[in-house]
Design a protein around this ligand. Structure first.
Ligand code: ADP
Ligand code: MG
Length: 218
């Protein structure tokens, strides 16, 4: 019975994901087809329209990439290494991203043991969380990344001063395609949750009107 239920739940999830993907890919295709039809009539396609088409293609491509990184049976390449080094290698990128929208980045490197990590995946997780944090804040806000040891666990803390997450949305976080954003994909956190699971890490969060804190516990 439980097996059957799990199977049903999975089928349901696959259905939801397929519907989401179809929607996300069809939108850019509709836009591009419209522009191409228009240009066939007028024999002209301005650079602006070409740029929009390229952007739409990039978006669709990004969605497919994220979706594939969610796919099961993906092999994780775990290597003994320090989380602080991975964060340090990303600091310039997140710093630049923050600066572009008038926000700040702070990083606190705690004393932590090495962990078995897939550095590519951990980079992806941190980047997805940082983008969400930055997107949630108004200019002037600060995004803070910290590492520290708590008992036998290494904690990665990602804190923003953004709008917070409504209580009723919290249980939906990590569900593919759940988004509250106009042009969101709803895949960022789903990818984070699956990466955390592959590392046997837990994700906890606290959210309120002063912002949101995610704790990844390794
Ligand atoms: P997307 O960013 O494309 O919407 P995500 O999976 O990254 O998709 O996030 C899903 C949803 O979770 C967001 O639309 C937003 O409502 C909420 N969320 C995630 N992180 C934060 C955050 N740091 N602050 C506020 N809301 C967040
Ligand atoms: Mg996101």
């Amino acid at each position: 019975w439980e097996k059957e239920m799990a199977k049903l739940a999975r089928l349901n999830l696959i259905g939801e994901m397929a519907a989401g993907i179809a929607h996300e890919i069809r939108n850019p295709m509709t836009t591009i087809r419209g522009f191409l039809q228009m240009s066939k009539k007028n024999q002209s396609l301005t650079v602006d329209y070409i740029d929009i088409m390229l952007e739409e293609l990039n978006r669709a491509n990004g969605i497919i990439t994220e979706f594939l990184s969610l796919a099961k049976n993906k092999t994780t390449h775990l290597k003994r290494q320090n989380l602080n080094e991975i964060i340090a290698s990303m600091e310039p990128l997140i710093q630049a991203e923050a600066m572009l929208s008038g926000k700040h980045l702070h990083v606190h490197y705690g004393t932590i043991d090495d962990l078995q990590l897939d550095d590519k995946e951990i980079r992806q997780l941190i980047l997805n969380m940082a983008i969400n944090g930055l997107e949630a804040m108004s200019p002037g806000g600060a995004f803070t990344i910290s590492t520290y040891t708590e008992g036998k666990k290494v904690i990665l803390k990602l804190e923003d001063q953004g709008s917070g997450i409504k209580e009723e949305y919290v249980e939906k976080l990590g569900t593919p395609f759940f988004t509250t954003k106009e042009t969101g994909t709803g895949l960022g956190l789903a990818v984070c949750y699956s990466i955390a699971a592959r590392h046997k890490a837990e994700i906890e969060l606290k959210s309120g009107d002063k912002g949101t804190v995610f704790f990844i516990k390794f």
